[in-house]
Design a protein around this ligand. Structure first.
Ligand code: SRM
Ligand code: SF4
Length: 586
């Protein structure tokens, strides 16, 4: 097997949607000159599959594959516009819409009907590559939500540094899509069998120590995969979901190890001085199995990342398993073929396209001695740009109401040229604050009272998935309960060495809250209390980030959520494993 030399010409692959502080700043940012048309050229969702595979999948009774065969998911936006108009015209009620459209197909376009918890209303999941949103965009989203009773709306920052809006009604969905188009925000292909939000470093371009600024490649990947969130049929019918992350360090600060595909800058090529990226594949969390990703043992320069991603997605799309939803993630194909065959197939396709790749090099590991700044850092910090600072703030379990989001948008406009960076820990960062404005931004009431830059030791590391308030798959309520438990624990315990403990709550074994990544993970599970079935948790312990990230393992099973049972266990865990001490002992 031959790898190509590194004498490559940088393509224009990264030229899309470059970030521009001046044009995108604050409310005055110019919008797209004209609205892109929704009439995209479309291929149908199943035609690329060989007839024998189509046959076998249909015989296997996989409901979702059957739905995809009947109607192409990438056309879901058309369904939205159709139903939205019908509802506005008063021709139908939402209850009359076929459930396979309402509850499943519309997810292809980012519209998630919350039938079980808030029937008739939708959560809309955006696509925000690298977690970047601008004040004027957030403000406009708030204005849209203001048509509803605000009690029924909110924003959630997600564990893929993304934003979800709640309370949207289908009759308004057509207008909402037009508004998103006007704002240059995508939401198509953010759910079901699509590539999820592309995760990059929230400190990209401002971190003094980073090896790589992830922004351009995250935008380019989003463009290639989802047409900037406006929808692209090529990758709208994968066997299952697919997660991608790009790191800014050779150590993992973007949870690359739990993504199906991740690129981490690992080394400098001796001859050209170019940065090379290690490729990780097959990471996942799911009810059936949880795996950290595998090293593909293939390194590539930045200019090859798009091509590698395309090739990997095409292999997964065309050969991934489709018979059972439980065993159709990428890892199952990797396992069935073996790592060497997957690698050989990727390399074969790259060579066909003349794309540069390398076997891992020895003696050229990029300087790893600089301090690594993860997204958990809070407070005000000097950027790589002289006299510019970033402010990292804590959002309790990632939730903002509309009024808070409006104020945040204004703060961003006033202090960070409108820019807001979201993190996988469900918090935000305001970049590019000038020295003279530090005092006043820290005095902003919203940042003093709600989204502090000095969170307490447990709040700091608290993450929670949506849970039963809105999620129909949830076994337990998570967000409110996690906040309440955190408050009690912080009132009870002290952490003498100021240690942060990352506690992640997730409402069911799907692990959207990434329980296995945390120091302590609490996963919704059935439990028994006084002989009755009650809401409970399985407790995971020992997830680590950074070098050789590992997943936490099961520590206790079926603990009732009732604090009478859960609290003493948590206190004991924090004392024995994380140096916490009871306040009265101090
Ligand atoms: Fe997730 C399904 C929420 C990150 C694994 N996830 C769902 C649904 C869509 C179920 C539903 O229809 O109600 C949840 C929507 C609830 C709601 O109303 O918000 C949901 N997942 C979330 C979010 C919002 C959790 C959060 O509070 O941050 C995250 C959205 C990320 C985004 O912006 O796209 C979210 N989900 C994750 C992650 C974490 C990650 O990506 O790093 C995982 C585990 C990692 C992985 O996928 O390997 C995750 N979600 C799942 C699964 C299990 C997938 C599997 O292979 O079995 C499901 C269920 C499914 O797909 O069948 C699921
Ligand atoms: Fe819903 Fe379960 Fe995901 Fe939580 S982990 S958002 S409860 S699917």
């Amino acid at each position: 097997m031959h790898c190509r030399s590194l004498c490559y010409v940088r393509t224009n692959a990264l030229s899309v949607r470059r970030l521009n502080e001046t044009t995108a700043s604050a409310d005055s940012a110019p919008l797209e000159d004209s609205l892109p048309s929704f009439d995209l050229p479309l291929i149908t969702g199943w035609d690329f599959l060989p007839k024998t595979i189509q046959q076998s999948v249909l015989e296997n009774n996989n409901k979702i594959e059957k739905l995809k065969a009947e109607k192409d998911g990438s056309l879901a936006w058309q369904e939205i516009q159709k139903y939205s108009q019908m509802l506005r015209d008063g021709n139908v009620n939402w209850e009359d819409i076929p459930p396979e459209d309402l509850d499943i197909r519309l997810k292809w376009a980012g519209f998630f009907h919350r039938r079980k918890r808030v029937p008739g209303t939708f959560m809309v999941r955006l696509r925000l590559p690298n977690g970047i949103i601008w004040g004027y965009q957030l403000k406009a989203l708030c204005s849209f939500l203001r048509r509803y009773d605000l009690q029924n709306t909110c924003f959630d920052i997600t564990t893929r540094q993304n934003l979800q809006l709640r309370g949207i009604r289908l009759e308004d969905a057509g207008i909402f899509l037009e508004e998103l188009t006007r704002l240059g925000i995508g939401c198509f292909q953010s759910g079901m069998d699509n590539v999820r939000n592309i995760v990059g470093s929230p400190l990209a371009g401002i971190d003094p120590y980073e090896l790589y600024d992830t922004r351009s490649i995250c935008f380019a990947l989003d463009e290639m995969i989802s047409n900037g969130g406006k929808g692209k049929p090529d990758f709208a019918n994968l066997p299952r979901k697919f997660n991608i992350a790009v790191g800014s360090y050779s150590v993992d600060t973007v949870h690359g190890h739990i993504n199906d595909l991740a690129f981490l800058p690992i080394a400098k090529d001796d001859s050209s001085g170019s940065l090379l990226f290690e490729i990780l594949i097959g990471g996942l969390l799911s009810p059936k199995r949880n795996e950290t990703s595998l090293r593909l043992n293939l390194w590539v320069p930045e200019s090859s990342i798009l091509a590698v991603t395309r090739v990997v997605l095409e292999i997964y799309r065309d050969f991934g398993f489709r018979n059972s939803r439980a065993t159709s993630r990428f890892i199952y194909l990797i396992e069935s073929w073996g790592l060497e065959r997957i690698k050989a197939e990727i390399v074969r396709r790259l060579e066909e396209k003349d794309v540069v790749w390398l076997e891992p090099l020895k003696n050229s590991i990029a300087d790893n001695s600089a301090p690594v700044i993860g997204s958990e850092i809070f407070g005000i910090h000097l950027q790589r740009q002289k006299d510019k600072f970033f402010l990292s703030c804590h959002v309790p379990v990632g939730r903002l109401n509309v009024q808070e989001a409006e104020v945040l948008a204004d703060i961003a406009s006033n202090y960070s040229c409108g820019e807001i960076r979201l993190t996988v820990d469900q918090n935000f960062i305001l970049p590019n604050i000038v020295r003279t404005k530090i005092e006043s931004v820290l005095q902003e009431p919203l940042l003093r009272e709600r989204f502090t830059h000095r969170p307490r030791p447990l709040s700091k590391g608290l993450v929670s998935c949506t849970g039963s308030q809105f999620c129909g798959l949830a076994l337990i309520e998570t967000k409110n309960r996690s906040l309440e438990l955190c408050k009690i624990l912080e009132e009870t315990l002290d952490f003498p060495d100021g240690q942060t403990v990352r506690i992640h709550w997730t409402g069911c074994p799907n692990s959207c809250g990434q329980a296995q990544v945390a120091d302590i993970g609490l996963m919704g599970a059935p439990a028994k209390q006084d002989g009755k079935l009650v809401e409970g948790v399985d407790i995971y312990l020992g997830g680590t980030l950074g070098v050789n990230s590992t997943l936490g393992t099961l520590y206790r099973k079926g603990i009732p959520c009732d604090f009478k049972y859960l609290l003493p266990i948590m206190i004991e865990l924090l004392q024995t494993h994380f140096g916490a001490r009871l306040k009265e002992d101090m």
